[in-house]
Design a protein around this ligand. Structure first.
Ligand SMILES: [Zn+2]
Ligand SMILES: [Zn+2]
Length: 262
């Protein structure tokens, strides 16, 4: 079974791809299961990166049903986690049912690292602050089943080669322990390959460490915003996941884990 459970459509601020186009291309690429995870972010300018939840749900159900004989379409959301918006996140997630909630951190000290020059600190400071804020979110925000692209911030550093897991092992290990104790999965996001890092996010050292600390659930997603990135570099990522000791990846249906053999 092939599954890509992190992808975006026109419902996300940064994608223009119709939902049907993503489904058709997923079928063409041999996917058996996909999950849409359009952006619902907090802490950006008002209304920015916010989904229209009713329109989203209606469209996703319609597409899911229309394609049900060809592919299993799951309906998820990628929540941009932010400590100042805990109440908003909680009420959003209580109001709308999803198969899968992917919790991601997209900001560092309120700054989008995508625009690197806006963050005043060094790469080292920016990475450390990102991990510290991720730890806070993982500790205090409920309702998500997987942590998205841990170490994603490295994609935007000035010098990506200086990054190692070991430099931040103190705080990263705390994040991983928190995930394990709360039964939350770690996402392996192949966007890292796309950005030229040579590895997925997070780094393979972190995937191995998660396993050592007792982490049982890994999700896999390409974070495609256009059809050509669906399932991107999954063979490489699956090798990394297997080398870390995993025999299965996890998907979520109605927020319940389902294990797929690798
Ligand atoms: Zn993301
Ligand atoms: Zn995403």
């Amino acid at each position: 079974m092939k599954a890509d459970i992190h992808m975006h459509t026109v419902f996300s601020e940064d994608s223009e791809t119709p939902v049907e186009t993503m489904v058709e291309e997923s079928i063409a690429r041999g996917m058996d299961i996909i999950c849409f995870t359009d952006h619902q972010d907090y802490g950006l300018k008002p209304g920015y990166f916010q989904v229209d939840p009713d329109a989203y749900r209606e469209k996703m159900i319609q597409v899911r049903d229309a394609f049900k004989d060809r592919i299993r379409v799951l309906i998820g959301i990628e929540i941009g986690m932010h400590m100042d918006y805990r109440d908003e996140i909680k009420s959003f997630l209580q109001k709308y049912p999803f198969d899968f909630v992917l919790g991601s951190v997209h900001l560092v000290d309120g700054v989008d690292p995508y625009d690197r020059a806006l963050y005043p600190g060094t790469d080292d400071e920016m990475y450390r602050r990102y991990f510290e804020q991720t730890l806070e979110c993982v500790r205090h925000i409920d309702g998500f089943q997987a942590l998205g692209h841990l170490d994603y911030v490295v994609r935007y550093g000035y010098d990506q080669t200086a990054y190692t897991y070991q430099k931040y092992a103190d705080v990263i290990d705390e994040i991983l322990r928190e995930l394990v104790s709360r039964g939350i999965a770690l996402e392996v996001n192949t966007g890292g390959y796309k950005k030229g890092l040579g590895y997925p996010n997070p780094h393979p050292d972190i995937i191995r460490r998660f396993r050592e600390l007792g982490g049982e659930m890994i999700t896999l997603g390409a974070d495609a915003h256009v059809p050509s990135y669906i399932g991107y570099e999954f063979d490489r990522a699956e090798t990394v996941i297997k080398e870390a000791g995993y025999k299965e990846i996890t998907i979520f249906m109605n927020k319940k884990p389902v294990f797929l053999e690798l």
